[in-house]
Design a protein around this ligand. Sequence first.
Ligand SMILES: CC/C=C\C/C=C\C/C=C\C/C=C\CCCCC(=O)SCCNC(=O)CCNC(=O)[C@H](O)C(C)(C)COP(=O)(O)OP(=O)(O)OC[C@H]1O[C@@H](n2cnc3c(N)ncnc32)[C@H](O)[C@@H]1OP(=O)(O)O
Ligand SMILES: Cc1cc2nc3c(=O)[nH]c(=O)nc-3n(C[C@H](O)[C@H](O)[C@H](O)COP(=O)(O)OP(=O)(O)OC[C@H]3O[C@@H](n4cnc5c(N)ncnc54)[C@H](O)[C@@H]3O)c2cc1C
Length: 678
Amino acid sequence: MESIDYLAEERKKAEFNVDEMKIVWAGSRRAFEVSDYISKLVADDPDLSFIFIECHRGIQGFSKEERTMLPRKELFKNTLRKSAYSWKHIIDHQLSEEEAERLRYFVDEPAFIDSHLGVFIPAIKGQGTKEQLKKWLPLAYKMQIIGCYAQTELGHGSNVQGLETTATFDPRTDEFVIHSPTLTSSKWWPGGLGKVSTHAIVYARLITDGKDHGINGFIVQLRSLEDHKPLPGITVGDIGTKFGNGAYNTMDNGVLRFDHVRIPRDQMLMRVAQVTKDGKYVQSDVPRQLLYESMVYTRQALVTYASGALSRAVCIATRYSAVRRQFGSQNGGQEIQVIDYKTQQSRLFPLLASAYAFRFVGEWLKWFYTDVTQRLQANDFSTLPELHATTAGIKSLTTTATADGIEECRKLCGGHGYLCSSGLPELYAVYVPACTFEGDNVVLLLQVARFLMKTVSQLSSGKKPTGTIAYMGKIEHLMQCRSDVEQAKDWLKPSAILEAFEARATRMSVACAQSLSKFDNPEEGFQELAPDLVEAALAHCQLIVVSKFIEKLQQDIPGEGIKQQLEVLCCIYALFLLHKHHGDFLVTGYITSKQGLFANEQLRALYTQVRPNAVSLADAFNHTDHFLGSILGRYDGNVYPKLYEAAWKDPLNESDVPDGFDEYIRPLLKQQLQTARL
Ligand SMILES: CC/C=C\C/C=C\C/C=C\C/C=C\CCCCC(=O)SCCNC(=O)CCNC(=O)[C@H](O)C(C)(C)COP(=O)(O)OP(=O)(O)OC[C@H]1O[C@@H](n2cnc3c(N)ncnc32)[C@H](O)[C@@H]1OP(=O)(O)O
Ligand SMILES: Cc1cc2nc3c(=O)[nH]c(=O)nc-3n(C[C@H](O)[C@H](O)[C@H](O)COP(=O)(O)OP(=O)(O)OC[C@H]3O[C@@H](n4cnc5c(N)ncnc54)[C@H](O)[C@@H]3O)c2cc1C
């Protein structure tokens, strides 16, 4: 049956070329083509898009929207099936690394393979010696071993230096003895550990000759490669069901304990430090912080993932807001589309703009990460602190805003957003741990704050700040300048926006540094002022996102109307932040309240400008209906019949009279009948 496009009228309003915008969103024509091809391949192959479960009726298939109704054990087994099937497809069709990554992304179920490819392999790459890379990477790439990243413990996650697991060198046998001395030292949370991984990178305190050298990474085999049973001395299992139905429960986050498990000496990852055969601890000339390199890698990757998750929620909420109508019907005509309410626009359009902003900052961060990694290879470590602060900060900003944004999109869809078939509850449940994993977002902003305080303290020594903190080099100007905005449209100038964000970030950092200097004990001061420091760090990170959006607009961006749309989105993103954090800009004395009101006035005008393009800007994300997994976000907008149809598929509707009627409802009704007769 031919489908009707209920959003066709919306699509006709677009003032830009949607196909060209798809390429801008994807990053390049090639990236678009790969994503487009793989997303359709997944959507069209039932083995990848459906969940198959053995039940009393035989094998039954469920669509993605129905996933939240299924029991965890069945879902988990199905995820194993899909991972194996995907892997076979990757090998049989000789997919490139990029295509394989896209396949995993569009299958869209958290799985052990994410930890294997996303954290285990990067950890070996970052911390292994050449010989170790040569030995372990081919095994990992061919999936002859499956690995996870076992850092966090029951008692410690954020405080990596506080981990308790020990790796004691035994020179007699040339081995390390890995041990969990306390309950709190049990490894707890690693994805893929619970039921699948054969190996783990285990972070443990390195002890030689009775001396504790701090945390190091070790490759430890956990399970037999024959029968998958835990090896002697190893206790391993899943930590239990997590938030939400379906959601992250396809991942086997695990618990792991060691009882004096022996591994050969060459399974210590030795790029940063080595232990010799006679037990001597030798530190390399690379900084110790390289032990944390894989966290930096994953944090930068999570930024692009944030834009992906936010774009899904925004796509659902935008399409549905154009379909949904409430109030204002005159003479029997149609009611108003809820997307035309200014309040709906003021909640939705900043999120649409944020999705684009996060995509561009993610693109830039990937470039920055690659650049620094190349320098590290050449033993230039000068940009490592900036990379750490930037990945930590932008991961924190984007994942918090994305998780909050998904929830806002759910509310923007009214009651129907609360149905699992809207796709939004599960998207939120899957996504929200990104605010915690790979570093709690507040802990990460405190790292940014330390970097900023160090930068401010070094300004007087004449050290010239570069890169993302180059703006601090203009400190004298930024501390005393005032906004010259005289009317609302002056806020459209990139220079006006940029100076506002630079002045605010500088002044907030300097204010913190001044407050800190009043403490005799700087560490005590840091703890006391932590909430202000977090706000200063956020101001710095928001400046980075805004400035990278502006830089993107300075590039040559071809395509009809594309640049104009991006300019509107960039101003919405920046002015929305200015409006939300109005207090910061006022208190630091950069703007007057009148200039703040101008920003808000301009923001409303921008909402009107983006309105006719909203559905097409969401289409430019190029999400298939399968990937969205949402009745509200369907491309054709055919929401009501599909919602109605889906309700009848709920297990509760398998019979008119529910199980339990005879035991629990009938007696109640009888009792009422008797009372009525009395
Ligand atoms: C839904 C999923 C979607 C998509 C996934 C997408 C892509 C990825 C694919 C798969 C992954 C899937 C899921 C993710 C799984 C999540 C895995 C994990 O969670 S692993 C565990 C992560 N754990 C943490 O992040 C712990 C956080 N804590 C820390 O990082 C550190 O302990 C700390 C908070 C930074 C503090 O460290 P420490 O106590 O050592 O620090 P100091 O503050 O004293 O710092 C000393 C010195 O070092 C510098 N520094 C700290 N960290 C780094 C670093 N990473 N790199 C470089 N330098 C660093 C710090 O700035 C100090 O410098 P100094 O001031 O001395 O110059
Ligand atoms: C779904 C999921 C998957 C994960 N996967 C892995 C994995 O594969 N491998 C792995 O090793 N780990 C994994 N983790 C663990 C994760 O990395 C940690 O949970 C995370 O780093 C946070 O640490 P924590 O749990 O110790 O939080 P805590 O540090 O205990 O945080 C609790 C609260 O204390 C606050 N807090 C902590 N320290 C400070 C401070 N210094 N100043 C101010 N406030 C502070 C935090 O902001 C937070 O509000 C995973 C976690 C989840 C949820």
